[in-house]
Design a protein around this ligand. Structure first.
Ligand code: ATP
Ligand code: MG
Length: 453
């Protein structure tokens, strides 16, 4: 008790002496000399300090500093581990709660063995005109926030060249993971509807019933694309990828798009070309998309009559200059895929779907235009096994062998199989019902062939 009292009184008297010395020096020593004195002390302390601190302010002029924003997101994931006070928030677009650091909280981080310390510092600015009580802004207080990142000087290079870019990259991923996938559609010909809807299609690569090998190929292609920033930069290619999905109705083209969007957490921009009036509007729509998104042109063969370019040019010449750009043309569409305007964003995926690949203009199919042509076929045995697992929760059955044989003889779509399994999931023997369905389909098919003969 007496020890602590002594300590408190010693600290108090030291503080009082410091205040006294400060006020005496302020009163008796000219300001310039004091400034010089203080700057020398500051200089010396900096010379001997082993720490370096980077100040990351919230604003850069009037715009928000991206490093600050990234630090805010990144530290949110660290805050719950080491800080004693954290702030929680969630917006309508977020999937989960987001955490952020409270002011003056220290957050430690370890990057490849290097210890760093973050701190959010806030300075309250005196309200403008606070001395004039009748000023309208008198009660308006503002806060200047910044993050302070401190570390040992010897790690300067690593922090600048590797840690900060890592924080930026991680923040981008965290934001992306946390965002709901949105579906955007067109409004008034050439604008994306401001009220995009939450995309809640539950299809994932786990439940998608396509050939297992094809599924692996698609997933690995997407992974490569997402991680390919450096590759695209090095090779001088725009960071985008095109997929052509083709196959009969009900084979899973739209389902595959949903699985891709859910896998990548990318928004979908569903572009109905029949509504878009000309190439210029198409270009504006492209500019209105966000990065990390999927642009979808469904049923490209029937949504618009895409002539080949020579026919187009002839037609335009016939109509004269006044009629130019009165509709979306094949060349307009090719510009979306690989023209200069197509490179205005990053990490974009373009998908065309069709039931009739043979009806597409060869220009669209030329190598390099659509990076991957994906054939969604009639139901294979591998796809069937996935559907049975989804709908009935079984992975083995005595009828599997018979079904495998029938699937080799009958053209049945995954949609049809899914429909049958849904219908008969309550019956005693759903797989026997499916076998009966496949037999009857086989009979119809062979009758049709006989009729044709
Ligand atoms: N490969 C699949 N895996 C899982 N379910 C599928 C698959 N294909 C079809 N289905 C089921 O059938 C329905 C229709 O499939 P989907 O819309 O994906 O076919 P599509 O190929 O896009 O057809 P369309 O050419 O008519 O647009 C889906 O909602 C889904 O329930
Ligand atoms: Mg479809």
């Amino acid at each position: 008790m007496s020890n602590s009292t002594t300590l408190i009184s010693a600290v108090a008297s030291l503080a009082a002496s410091a205040m006294l010395i400060r006020s005496i020096t302020n009163d008796f020593i000219p300001l310039e000399i004091l400034d010089f004195f203080y700057s020398k002390i500051y200089y010396l302390s900096r010379q001997f300090s082993s720490q370096l601190t980077i100040i990351i302010e919230e604003f850069q002029g009037v715009s928000r500093n991206q490093v600050y924003e990234a630090a805010e997101v990144y530290l949110g994931t660290k805050a719950t581990l080491s800080a004693l006070r954290v702030k929680a928030s969630k917006s309508e677009d977020d999937k989960k709660l987001a955490f952020s650091v409270d002011r003056d909280e220290d957050i430690s981080d370890d990057y490849e063995g290097v210890q760093v310390k973050w701190k959010l510092s806030c300075e309250i600015l005196e309200p403008y005109g606070s001395r004039h009580s009748n000023d309208r802004n008198a009660n308006f207080k503002s806060e200047v926030r910044s993050y302070e990142l401190s570390f040992h000087k010897k790690h300067k290079e690593k922090i600048f060249n590797s840690y900060l870019p890592y924080v930026l990259e991680r923040a981008k991923d965290i934001k992306q993971e946390n965002m709901e996938v949105k579906l955007h559609t067109i409004e008034y010909d050439c604008y994306w509807n401001g009220n995009s809807v939450k995309f809640s299609h539950p299809m994932t690569f786990k439940t998608l019933a396509i050939d297992a090998e094809l599924k692996r190929e698609v997933v690995s292609d997407l992974d490569k694309f997402v991680k390919g920033k450096e590759f695209y930069k090095r090779t001088g290619k725009a960071w985008k990828r095109g997929y052509l999905l083709y196959g009969p109705p009900g084979t899973g083209k739209s389902s595959l798009i949903a699985a891709m969007a859910n896998y990548l957490n990318y928004d979908i921009y569903d572009l109905d070309l029949t509504i878009v009036t000309n190439n210029n509007d198409l270009k504006n729509l492209l500019l209105g998309m966000s990065n990390r998104s999927i642009l979808v042109f469904e049923d490209i063969d029937c949504s618009i009559k895409l002539q080949n370019r020579e026919e187009e040019e002839e037609e335009e010449q016939k109509k004269g200059d006044n009629n130019k750009e009165s509709k979306v043309t094949l060349s307009g569409l090719l510009n979306v895929i690989d023209g200069l305007w197509s490179c205005c964003g990053e990490e974009r995926i373009i998908i065309f779907t069709t039931n009739h690949k043979e009806r597409l203009d060869p220009a669209l199919l030329r190598p390099g235009r659509m990076d991957m042509h994906i054939h969604l076929s009639y139901c294979t045995f591998s796809a069937f096994k996935q559907l049975v697992l989804n709908y009935l929760g079984i992975s083995q059955h005595k009828l599997f062998e018979q079904i495998e044989g029938l699937l080799g003889e009958v053209n049945v779509t995954p949609a049809e199989v899914a429909g049958e399994l849904t219908k008969s999931s309550d019956t005693r023997d759903p797989l026997q019902d499916l076998v009966n369905f496949l037999h009857s389909k086989k009979m119809v098919e062979s009758d049709t062939i006989i009729d044709q003969c």
